[in-house]
Ligand binder design. Structure first.
Ligand code: PPS
Length: 570
């Protein structure tokens, strides 16, 4: 093994201007059209500017994008698997000409970089999804983001970095590639094996990483992702405190911890290649890839999007070209006789094996059940229990959706009263009509306005949930993509239970309690849900209720029983 490995493409592309250059750029940028970077773009731009995405020198141009999608390579032939694009709205794009400079700012307006726009185009997102994710199924979180969150127009061009995006947390643990390379050099670490993770680490991970370091005779870098991971993952604050505890359990001077502000795409095999390139840029020589690396979870029909070892195979194929070595790992299991974890393919029939899957671990955490000593360290369990109390102490959003007149509000009210009677929960009802009066009085019923309305409800519900309360919401919420965004928002901080009040349209119309259906039929109310506007039925709600043969009281009772069985109410 030679001295320090070169970055991908041979040169670390740090895109920051000098101090005086940045000052001049700030002045000039006052006249540029400004774009407020989204959370995803803030992650991407940080890694573009600090060289983690070398050799990229900006957001992909159209030619680069086409080439990455078609060949997984940049136009001059270098491997690059994931398109890094600047997506914007049509309104913003309409004001930009090729050749213009634009100002890229953080949400507070701080200028992060400027970009010389060389390309403006509308991508074919289905094509992109199929190329990057191998599917255009919007159940896949990466595809969903691409189709429903990312803007419709891409801008490409070179960046000039003015200021790194600001972080107030764990500053000391955040490194650029040159900082980490400098640290390795100082410590004399010539071989470094990186461990990528988006989950808390337990003893099995420790054993796996120690073995990897031993086998490769390398030092170990714990390189967890703290940017954007899979919706529903444990928040990075909790995880980083866990990693800090874990670090103390490694032999001294062998292991380092550094945080990577990456926005993951959950693209499985292609993402594994991308992770390898990034780690190479950070000065690592090896990357551990385990089972289901960067996996997006299963499709709706229960089948996985990628084979569990597809990521390993992909990296196997390209490791020589990339000049970073794959360290493949099988799943680790605990062998009682040895009091130790071993890879599952090394288990012999005489061994007694103990296993605790991630799902089972999370269930025990949720329900406050004992977690065995062999599985993790007490400080790590305590950290997780502290931020993830059992379900009956966690916040919750109960989200009703259904047609006007389906009975949502009545059942929601009945449920509210039953929960108040129990007295163990603090409850708020965000009813459709009430929200429209207090939060959304200026909004109408176009798709855009309905979405704004639902996202406002989702935001308030997620805040209530975050602080341990129960938010009951009862809007029509006709669009599944918007409901899903609300779910993602809420699940970041607590439970989400979707209840489809599936009373058929004919019944709602026959009841017509507010006389609105008659007016809608007569054309006096436009865009009326079910009549002249769509209602997309939820495919997988936690519960479906048809009020034809069920009184509101009984419906609310059933929901309460369901909440008990899910562990949210005791
Ligand atoms: S949405 O789509 O979720 O934003 O709708 P929501 O905020 O729940 O508001 C629905 C209530 O507004 C009344 N209303 C209409 N509903 C549907 N379509 C149109 N065009 C419309 N115009 C007014 C209606 O009374 C709904 O109340 P509920 O309680 O659902 O019957």
């Amino acid at each position: 093994m030679g001295a320090f490995k070169e970055p991908h493409g041979g040169e670390l592309k740090e895109l920051y201007l000098t101090e005086s250059g940045a000052e001049q750029e700030k002045l000039a940028a006052a006249d540029y059209l400004g774009w407020n970077l989204t959370d995803r773009q803030l992650c991407d731009i940080e890694l573009l500017l600090n060289g983690a995405f070398s050799p990229l020198d900006g957001f992909l141009t159209r030619a680069e994008y086409d080439s990455v999608l078609a060949k997984m390579r940049l136009p001059f032939g270098l491997l690059w698997p994931i398109p890094i694009t600047l997506d914007v709205t049509r309104e913003f794009a309409a004001g930009v000409r090729e050749g213009d400079r634009i100002a890229l700012r953080d949400p507070e307006g701080v200028l992060i970089a400027t970009m010389s726009v060389s390309d403006v185009w509308e991508p074919d997102k289905t094509l992109e999804a199929r190329s990057v994710f191998g599917t255009d199924d919007s159940h896949h979180p990466g595809v969903h983001f691409l189709q429903h969150r990312a803007g419709p127009v891409y801008l490409g061009g070179k960046l000039r970095g003015v200021e790194p995006p600001m972080h107030y947390d764990f500053k000391i643990l955040r490194d650029s590639p040159s900082e980490l390379r400098g640290r390795f050099r100082k410590l004399g670490w010539r071989k470094v094996v990186a461990f990528q993770t988006r989950n808390p680490m337990h003893r099995a991970h420790q054993e796996l990483t120690l073995r990897a370091a031993r086998e490769t005779e390398a030092n170990l870098l714990l390189h967890p992702v703290v940017g954007m991971t899979r919706p529903g993952d444990i928040d990075h604050y909790t995880r980083v405190r866990c990693y800090e505890h874990m670090l103390k359990h490694y032999p001294e001077q062998t292991t380092a911890l550094s945080l990577l502000n990456l926005a993951m795409r959950m693209a499985g095999p292609k993402e594994a290649l991308w992770h390898a390139i990034i780690r190479k840029n950070y000065g690592c020589t090896h990357l551990i890839v385990g089972r289901d690396h960067a996996g997006p979870g299963n499709a709706a029909n229960g089948t996985p999007y990628y084979e569990p070892y597809a990521a390993q195979q992909m990296l196997q194929e390209f490791q020589q070209e990339l000049e970073i070595t794959l360290v493949p790992f099988k799943e680790m299991v605990y062998v009682e006789q040895k009091g130790q974890f071993v890879p599952e393919d090394q288990v012999t029939p005489d061994m007694t094996v103990a296993k605790l899957s991630g799902t089972e671990f999370r269930r025990r955490l949720r329900e406050g059940i004992d977690i065995p000593e062999w599985f993790s360290y007490p400080e790590i369990i305590a950290e997780l229990r502290n931020t993830h109390p059992p379900k009956h102490l966690q916040g919750l959003t109960i989200f009703f959706t259904g047609l006007s007149g389906s009975g949502k509000s009545t059942i929601a009210n009945a449920l509210l009263v039953k929960l108040l009677e129990l007295g163990t929960r603090r409850v708020t009802l965000l009813d459709g009509d009430v929200v429209r009066k207090h939060l959304s009085s200026e909004l109408g019923f176009s798709r855009e306005h309905r979405d704004i309305n639902i996202l406002r409800i989702g935001y308030v519900a997620s805040e209530i949930t975050k602080y341990g309360g129960v938010a009951i919401c009862a809007p029509i919420a006709p669009y599944s993509a918007t409901r899903r965004r609300v779910r993602e928002m809420v699940e970041a901080s607590g439970g989400f239970v979707e209840i489809h009040v599936a009373t058929p349209l004919e019944v709602c119309e026959a009841r017509d309690r507010k006389g609105l259906y008659a007016q809608a039929r007569a054309g006096k109310i436009k865009e009326f849900t079910g009549i002249s506007d769509p209602y997309e039925e939820p495919e997988h709600p936690e519960m479906r209720i048809d009020t034809r043969n069920l009184s509101p009281d009984l419906a609310a009772h059933r929901i309460l029983v369901k909440l008990e069985s899910l562990g949210y109410v005791r």
